[in-house]
Design a protein around this ligand. Structure first.
Ligand SMILES: [Zn+2]
Length: 395
């Protein structure tokens, strides 16, 4: 048995904690002045200066003088996360494998969507991921420092080892995806559920910024995923499967779901049913927005929108009652659904009274759009760097 790594002394632990706090703040805010860092950490100015200096030396942040013209008083240097430090994000879906390069400053540098003719197997997804990453290598090696890969999986993922327990639409069962992709690329790989990662991304960088308790519901081509953030932390449950709101009952006389139950949210509220009334073969959220806006006088479309909003309202009411969030964020086609009937979902949610749980509840559309899962998956890969910035993170 290998002995555990030396824990270091107390000073090291404090330093690691402080470096992690400062880097995390700069990462989430995009930019922060030294005086802001001093104020929000409660550390003194010379400590902040030393910590920022160390992060600059590690190549994790940049520091620049602010524009003196816009400032009153002595300007404080501005610290920004380095966009050169990056993570690779991968998202296998039923019709494509998407790979992106995301900077520590939240910039999505590249995004390659590789369409597949059939639902990719695990071997397909690993091979496609490897070949896209190989194609990017010259550029990555020249311009970026890659910390690792984060994978957003449309299914249940055991976060401890990145084993996909069940991705029903991909038909993956107990697949060691993270391990296989790590072996193929030589990079460390973390994997998580797409909706949980999306929820976290919206909380850190999108509509959920500043909220500590939120529920995120995302409508995709293959169903509805959800992520729950409680007190600023993702609710994972024992093994990382918590928050499967897509399979909660919204219609007791509904249709049979692939999960075996009747009237699940994702069978009653679906993109394919919307596309059917719009006579469209397929659409991304932007195209769906336009098609729905263009069909606002079509009775069939309006009836389907109203039907789906009614079922969505049941799920939103249940989520509000169970989790008492401040905010419910709707992404993917669910965002298009609420945009076409402003205020309607809120009305349906509260029409039978929701009492105290609805007080100050906000329902908002997701903001990160097509960047969402790239940013969410990258955040997973940045996890160990953000926790311990001085550890040599680069393989
Ligand atoms: Zn179901």
């Amino acid at each position: 048995m290998t002995p555990p790594p030396a824990r270091g002394n107390n000073l090291d632990t404090v330093r690691q904690h402080n470096l992690s706090t400062v880097l995390g703040m700069v990462h989430r805010a995009g930019a922060a002045s030294r005086s802001e860092l001093t104020r929000s950490t409660g550390l003194n100015r010379s400590t902040i200066a030393a910590l920022v200096g160390e992060l600059v030396e590690l190549g994790l942040v940049n520091e620049s003088e602010p524009d003196a013209n816009n400032r009153v008083g002595r300007p404080s240097p501005v610290v920004t996360a380095s966009g050169r430090v990056c993570a690779i994000a991968i998202n296998p879906e039923i019709d494509a494998v998407t790979v992106g390069v995301v900077g520590l400053d939240g910039t999505v540098h590249h995004r390659v969507r590789y369409p597949t003719e059939s639902v990719p197997t695990v071997a397909d997804a690993v091979a496609i991921g490897r070949s896209i990453i190989d194609g990017m290598r010259p550029d990555l090696d020249d311009r970026y420092r890659v910390v690792g890969i984060g994978a957003a999986i449309p299914g249940l993922v055991r976060v401890s080892d990145g084993v996909v327990r069940l991705a029903p639409h991909l038909d993956w069962r107990d697949e060691p995806f993270a391990e296989l992709l790590a072996a193929a690329t030589g990079l460390p790989v973390d994997a998580g559920n797409d909706a949980n990662l999306g929820a976290n991304a919206e909380r850190l960088f999108g509509a959920g910024r500043g909220y500590a308790d939120l529920v995120y519901l995302n409508g995709g081509a293959s169903g509805i995923g959800a992520g729950v953030i409680v007190d600023g932390k993702p609710l994972t449950g024992r093994s990382g499967y918590a928050g499967e709101l897509g399979h909660t009952l919204v219609n007791s006389t509904g249709i049979r779901c692939h999960c075996g139950a009747i009237g699940c949210l994702e069978t009653e509220v679906s993109q394919s049913a919307l596309l059917r009334v719009l006579d469209l073969p397929g659409a991304d959220p932007d195209e769906l927005d336009r098609a729905l806006a263009g069909a606002s006088a079509d009775e069939r479309v309006l009836a389907e929108v109203e039907r789906q909003l009614g079922h969505l309202a049941v799920a939103v009411r249940n989520a509000a009652n169970v989790f008492n969030p401040e905010l419910i964020v709707l992404g993917g086609f669910l965002g298009a659904l609420i945009a076409v009937a402003p205020g309607r979902l809120e009305m349906l949610v509260t029409e039978h009274g929701l009492g105290a749980t609805a007080e100050s509840l906000v329902i908002a559309r997701a903001e990160l759009g097509s960047r969402l899962l790239m940013i969410g998956a990258a955040e997973l890969a940045f996890g160990s760097l953000l926790a311990d910035p001085a550890r040599i993170p680069f393989p």
